[in-house]
Design a protein around this ligand. Sequence first.
Ligand code: FAD
Length: 401
Amino acid sequence: MSKKYDAIVVGARCAGSPTAMLLARQGYRVLMVDRATFPSDTVSTHIVHPNGVRALSRWSLLDRLTATGCPPIHTYSFDFGPFTLAGSPGTPEAPLAYCPRRTILDKLLVDAAAESGVEVREGFSVERVVIEDGRVVGIEGRSKQGGSIVDRAEVVVGADGRRSVVAEAVRPGQYDDKPPLLAGYYTYWSGLPMGGRFEQYVRERRGFAAVATHEDQTLVIAGWPYAEFAENKKDIEGNYLATIELAPDFADRLRGARQEARFAGAAVPNYFRKPYGPGWALVGDAGYNKDFITAQGIMDAFRDAELCATALSETFSGTRSFEDAMSDYHRARDATVKAMYEFTCQLATLEPPPPETQQLLAAIHGNKEAMDGFARLNAGTISPAEFFGQENVRAIMAAAA
Ligand SMILES: Cc1cc2nc3c(=O)[nH]c(=O)nc-3n(C[C@H](O)[C@H](O)[C@H](O)COP(=O)(O)OP(=O)(O)OC[C@H]3O[C@@H](n4cnc5c(N)ncnc54)[C@H](O)[C@@H]3O)c2cc1C
């Protein structure tokens, strides 16, 4: 006999574990399943911008992360060739970013969920979402050795990434889609100290970035337009190193470093999906995805977890109807990320910015406040609407004049 849960969360990484944890902390009965067993890596770099770090702090998990020896990042720099803009990505309350290995971050999140009372089932694949009379009522799946099991819940939350089995079953409305725009490959290097800087290099139809992570290693990711994905796949290392040679000083630094892992890479589609319906909800990449060039996914997954857990809790407690609470989650998610989504998709084309943006970038150079603003824009600490707002742009141009 299987018991009935308030919520079943499918997927246990950045979106799933916090959603499950926050619900369990409010006393709800939660089952969380994942086909992976943790610690487990995934194809993703792992910058957590200051607002994501802030979420970890709200959940009392930041001390655990810093105890793992993950180096803090206080500066984001953007080298455009002729000049570099460098600034602070955060705020006085949350000044730092981190770049924790997913083996460490995701395990920490899964453990926190389990400690909060979530029943965690690792190594368990969901094969089918159970739908009765048009409403999701549970999941059917199996662990490697076991037979098929059905579990039932008031709500099944798909936190199962871009190829979400939950989304596939409920076929949510999808909107604002854009195809993959960028292909990125990364690996890890030892002997490449970063001194607390997340360095990004922007060149014509190319870009790369470097940031320190656990075990004194530095992650370096390089990218090119998706149109070159198939061709460049034939020589990933050659194209990666040629991209880095576009910034000779950095290439010199890399020559003194040692490659510690094989290349991993991806190109991802961009989309929004309606994140709720009868008996189901979506969080993280299952509900909306955008290119990794602005590294927003983990922070966004954390935000979804808080918004969705709040809405579900209001529903479970009878304070609000499911439709009412979840439509607020939907609206809040889209309102928060829409401008960043467009900005990210534009950057991911690796096309040179229009002339007025180039003038603005040149005017930002050397203006500390404006460079901090630019770093915060890219970190998602402030929105593109705020940064590119008339008043801010006018102030930057006036200061440069
Ligand atoms: C190349 C690349 C670089 C990136 N760099 C960054 C970065 O620097 N910073 C950043 O914030 N974001 C980055 N991202 C985005 C980030 O990886 C995602 O936004 C984030 O992982 C989303 O988390 P999630 O929990 O929604 O989904 P996922 O991390 O995809 O987790 C989904 C989980 O669901 C499980 N699952 C799926 N299907 C089933 C099933 N049927 N049964 C059981 N379990 C299932 C999977 O095993 C997996 O563990 C990058 C992405 C890519 C591709």
